[in-house]
Design a protein around this ligand. Structure first.
Ligand code: EPU
Length: 428
């Protein structure tokens, strides 16, 4: 077991380089299953969710070879299984993308119910509705924890999503890309990673148009081929460093970003008093003076991302007045507020709304990471707080932030990872 130890109150200053987007990579890696040739993928983030994806591919029979820490070569031609076992699927939400890719390639998929961060109900009914519309059979009851889908032929169809879902949009694209005829996804999600996955599939020979809008049209093709592809930079990793810069009154140049993907985050930080400057593929974030209070409401892209909600809330906990944060995407993503209270924050949560009464300063405390983004928020709070903060359950954070400690130390943070003996370890 490990924890992060932070001595707070250091101003972040300097440059940091952002890695590849987690939520693209966890879909692009399963998408390789659809290829008839070898794929080389660059800008792979060095995070535990990616290692799990590679283990799943290997369990299916694919060859996975790292060419360097951020480039992988995958040969899916040796895949001989259609089953994603529980030991692997339980570690990662995005294991559900193997349902779409295995179904699209082999007409059959069995994937254990996915795990991942827990912030309320995380149904996949829209994914399954999409597969069914394409002609797949999906048993209504989950048996032995496994989700199954199978089809003799997948046939294009029109699918209207009842909720805007990133996962369902991508999974239906994966299943439909080799189906006979035309598939239209309406009310599709528009996140940058949807466009990235569509671009990757098109680079393999798919015919997908409209990704990034709410109507995606997919003309099925019989074969997909090996390709080389570079994953886009991670919008949320960049946003997290932007928030950390503001929290510590810092001055940070964040390199390897797509500023367009950061617009909703930049706009909010500017409203809070930060200076955000776009310079080609970089943003410079500076903060001088008090954080101004404001309200935040998360929405599907291009709205303010729910995956930045905990990090921005830390700033509002230290703002000069009262702020309301509403998460319209997830029903229970405020569990971390209890931990922030331990650091002196004054906040009330009522369903999907948290109200922060800004305090002049947070103070270090022992806290825990409830999930990936909640964990990142605790790190930001610890960096800004006076005194020492120790964060437990950091394996959540390491699901999605590569070299986090090293990158923060490069900006002047005093943070380290300490190993703690398990309370259940045998005494000698
Ligand atoms: N929903 C349904 N039915 C479905 C699918 C979704 O009702 O079949 C609901 C969900 O319950 C939720 C909303 O629709 O209320 C949006 O869910 P979505 O499907 O978009 O989420 P997801 O695909 O499971 C991805 C990201 C999350 C991110 C959300 C929203 C990945 C692997 N995960 O999850 O990222 O919060 O989109 O943008 O791409 C994170 O990176 O920390 C993270 C949790």
């Amino acid at each position: 077991m490990s924890r992060y130890r932070i001595e707070g109150g250091r101003r972040l200053q300097g440059e940091v380089t952002i890695g590849g987007a987690k939520n693209s990579a966890v879909a692009i890696i399963p998408a390789v299953v659809l290829s008839d040739g070898v794929c080389r993928i660059e800008n792979i983030p060095n995070i535990s969710d990616i290692f799990v994806s590679f283990e799943i591919l290997k369990a299916l029979g694919a060859q996975v070879r790292m060419l360097d820490p951020s480039t992988v070569e995958i040969d899916p031609r040796t895949i001989c299984s259609h089953v994603v076992p529980h030991e692997l699927a339980r570690n990662m939400r995005a294991s559900y993308y193997f349902l779409g890719s295995l179904l699209g390639k082999f007409g059959v998929a069995r994937v254990s119910m996915p795990g991942g961060c827990n912030f309320g109900l995380r149904p996949i009914d829209q994914h399954l509705k999409g597969f069914t519309a394409l002609g797949a059979t999906v048993p209504p009851m989950i048996e032995n924890g496994m989700i199954e889908a199978s089809a003799t032929h997948l046939i294009g169809n029109s699918i209207y999503l009842d909720v805007v879902s990133v996962g369902a949009t991508i999974n239906i694209m994966l299943a439909a890309v080799k189906a006979r005829g035309i598939t239209i996804i309406e009310n599709a999600a528009k996140e940058p990673h949807i466009v990235d996955v569509a671009n990757f599939l098109n680079a393999m020979g798919a015919d997908i148009r409209g990704a990034g809008t709410d109507v995606i049209k997919i003309c099925g093709v019989p074969h997909l081929y090996g390709t080389s592809y570079s994953i886009i930079p991670d919008q949320i990793e960049a946003g997290t460093f932007m928030a950390a810069a503001v929290a510590t009154g810092g001055d940070v140049l964040i390199k390897n970003v797509v500023p367009k993907h950061l617009e909703s985050i930049s706009a909010k930080l500017q409203e809070m008093g930060a200076t955000v400057e776009e310079i080609d593929d970089m943003v410079r974030v500076r903060m001088d003076g008090p954080i101004r209070h404001c309200n935040v409401k998360t929405m599907p892209h291009p709205g303010f991302p729910t995956d930045m909600q905990p990090q921005i809330s830390v700033l509002l906990a230290m703002a000069d007045g009262t702020s309301a944060v509403t998460d319209t995407v997830w029903e229970n993503r405020f569990r971390y507020v209890d931990e922030l209270r331990r650091m002196g924050a004054q906040a009330q949560v009522n369903g999907k709304v948290a109200v922060f009464e800004g305090v002049p300063m947070l103070t270090g405390a022992p806290v825990k990471a409830y999930d990936l983004r909640a964990g990142a928020a605790m790190v930001i709070a610890g960096l800004a707080a006076q005194g020492r903060t120790e964060i437990d359950d950091v394996h959540y954070i390491e699901r999605g932030y590569e070299y986090f400690i090293e990158k923060l130390r490069g900006l002047g943070a005093e943070i380290c990872r300490v190993d703690i003996p398990s309370p259940y370890a045998k005494r000698a």
